[in-house]
Ligand binder design. Sequence first.
Ligand SMILES: *Cc1c(COP(=O)(O)O)cnc(C)c1O
Length: 349
Amino acid sequence: MIEIISPPPSSLRLRMDDAALGANWRILDAMSGAATAGAAVKANAYGLGSGTITQALAGAGCRAFFVAHWGEVPELLAHVPAEQIAVLHGPLNAQDVGFAQATGTRPVLNSLPQARRWIEAGGGPCHVMVDSGMNRLGFALDDLGDAIFASLDIDICLSHLASADENVVQNARQLASFEGIRQLVTAKRYSLANSAGIALGRAYHADLTRPGIALYGGIVRPEFAGRIAQVAFPEAAIVQVRTLQAGDCVGYNATFTAAGPMRVGILGVGYADGYLRCWSGKGRFAWQGREVPVLGRVSMDLTIVDLSDVPDCREGDWLGAVYDLPLAAQTSGLSQYELLTLLGQRFSR
Ligand SMILES: *Cc1c(COP(=O)(O)O)cnc(C)c1O
């Protein structure tokens, strides 16, 4: 029998500002006007940890939580009542329906086959997604005349905006379509806006808004600048410090060469952790308020930084990646959504 000893703490951590998370939710709730803000916590709360995030948001006053897959439900059930959890992909088969009914979590029905599957298994309170022009998930307008709608017990009638982060005519078109949907679908509550949709104004708010990225520090429209704060701070420890001489080159393919003597730090974070190769020669880390640049290629588990300006920084010290989402997106070419969701499992959360 092998004794399992738990490993020491990770040298990679995702520091969370829970106060900023709660403040972001309250701001988005206030910006939602007469509507209430829920929260998209799918994809492990955009990579940040859906259990702790859900618990913190519930503490701030949030009462509606959206995940994509049924497998994402158990993390939430420990923290919020089942009826507050909505599963966006809906029931694909009998096992999904059985799980929804056994737990009391609510499916978002997206199609006539899903609606029939739900009703044939006994039905119960559910949500529906209706397509208003994105042509992704949801009932088509033509489906809404089907007799099955009369037998559904619909809590939230949802639709989703495709381009709310831009000032384009598609927003007004989708809003007009949604107003038509509201005439055709009887539901307790109606919901259209994601984070960006909240900034489009009162007409888009309906009863419930569904912010995701803005809760986690994303600035997807100028209206959020200065109001929404960074929530997630990736940090890595220095595994080794070394001294280079003029002409020494650094990392895979030797893309950086030292011009003179310099100290470098080898951080235990790499592209396997979601610190992708696009940060090679571009990324920055910070130590005690001073920023240091990434040198050469980011490798799978390691990233090299220039310690010239922080002579007192040493092995074992923690550096924070400069990861303000709008700026990081601009520098890296990744979207603010990708920057969060790709952060890997080796970060302690
Ligand atoms: C992901 C998602 C949201 C949240 O979108 P953000 O742009 O992150 O605010 C809202 N509604 C649905 C249906 C989603 O899939």
